[in-house]
Design a protein around this ligand. Structure first.
Ligand code: UT7
Length: 335
């Protein structure tokens, strides 16, 4: 953030729903196998919501934990990054704010698919810089399995559900936890690579849904893979450079958990040693916007991420959209 107040991480928490689904469970109803899923994606198991559970339910749990971690029950605004709002209208964030007992604070959703957490960091930074609030609860939550076609083996084995949240307070750029320079980008020419064709104004103004499969999430995996590697690598290099870091300065690399092969490829291109890469995809799958804060929260809880680590973050998703930033991990307890 230039000249103004920086957004500083003051608390972190995460939540996954209790429903555990293994690769073997999926292989019972889909033409796939544990060996294929592990070797092509790095995923072994994931958590999924129970019938009736919505994104707000995950968001509230993660939000509660982040507030507890920050030792603060009150924040001045709530930003929710999600691709799976409870309803098309209104936004889900106001209900989350109300359920967290935060009163009538500004609350709204950010839609940047799997890049949502990084777009949310930029949004929260803006709210703090503008003086709209002195602290912001940024939650990234997705019940991705609610939009994935359960019959589509190319997506059903990858996407999963979860939530992560951070409390950001206004501070100065030099202190631990301060969000560094943010690199964000998009390419709408490639929006068809990741989409839910139906359910929006384009389809609704045209008449009823003719192909029921259009109501589900769709991804052209191979093309998406290539762009994910290129964009996460490029954005990471830019963010590190803007922060004045060389890649050798990076203690922990926290990338959106899209696919273990993508992560290895990005790390290799950047020159980040394997032991500095944070991953949890084997246990949680690809949780959309929630991916990065869920990863940071779990890594902080199990000691892989500790105060003083210089962390490089990057994400990529539908839109297309991508982003990266840096921060020095603060002395916070993950809840
Ligand atoms: O989070 C937002 C961004 N998302 C991503 O970055 C994800 C990017 N893409 C990927 O992660 C990968 O492209 C996938 C995991 C989706 C697919 O892996 P891939 O190595 O690119 O496989 P592919 O699409 O090239 O398919 C290879 C083969 C195909 O069979 P043929 O045509 O070679 O006979 C697929 O039909 O694997 C087949 N296949 C499967 N086989 C068993 C596709 N999905 C499965 C499956 N089980 N679940």
């Amino acid at each position: 953030m230039s000249g103004g107040r920086a957004a500083v991480v003051a608390g972190i928490g995460a939540y996954t729903p209790p429903g555990l689904v293994t690769n073997d469970d999926l292989a019972q109803r889909l033409d796939t196998s544990d060996a294929w899923i592990r070797s092509r994606t790095g995923i072994a198991e994931r958590y999924v919501v129970a019938p009736g559970t919505a994104t707000s339910d995950l968001a509230v749990e993660a939000g509660l934990r982040a507030l507890k971690s920050a030792g603060d029950e009150h924040v001045g605004a709530v930003v929710l990054a999600t691709t799976t709002p409870d309803q098309p209208c209104p936004a889900t964030a106001p209900q989350v704010a109300a359920r967290l007992g935060l009163g009538q604070v500004p609350a709204f959703d950010v839609a940047a698919v799997c890049s949502g957490f990084l777009y949310g960091l930029a949004t929260a930074s803006g709210l703090l810089a503008a003086g709209v609030a002195d602290s912001v609860l940024l939650i990234a939550a997705d019940a991705f399995t609610t939009i994935v076609n359960p019959e589509d083996r190319t997506t059903a084995v990858i996407f999963a559900d979860g939530a992560g949240a951070v409390v950001l307070r206004a501070g100065s750029a030099g202190e631990p936890g301060a969000v560094g320079p943010l690199v964000l980008g998009s390419d709408g020419e490639l929006s068809h690579l990741i989409e839910v064709p139906a359910g929006g104004s384009r389809q609704r103004s045209s008449g009823p849904v003719t192909d029921p499969e259009d109501q589900y999430f769709r991804m052209l995996g191979r093309d998406t893979y290539r762009h994910a590697v290129e964009r996460m690598t490029g954005a990471s290099q830019q963010a590190a450079q803007l922060a004045g870091w060389s890649i050798g300065d990076v203690d922990r690399f926290a990338a959106h958990q899209a696919n273990a092969r993508i992560l290895d490829s990005v790390s290799e291109r950047l020159g980040v040693p394997a032991e500095r890469q944070l991953t949890n995809i084997a246990r949680v799958g690809n949780t959309g916007a929630a991916s990065i804060p869920l990863l940071l929260s779990q890594a902080a809880a199990d000691g892989r991420l500790t105060a003083g680590h210089r962390v490089l973050l990057t994400a990529f998703g539908g839109g297309l959209s991508w982003g990266a930033t840096t921060l020095v991990w603060p002395d916070v307890q993950s809840v």
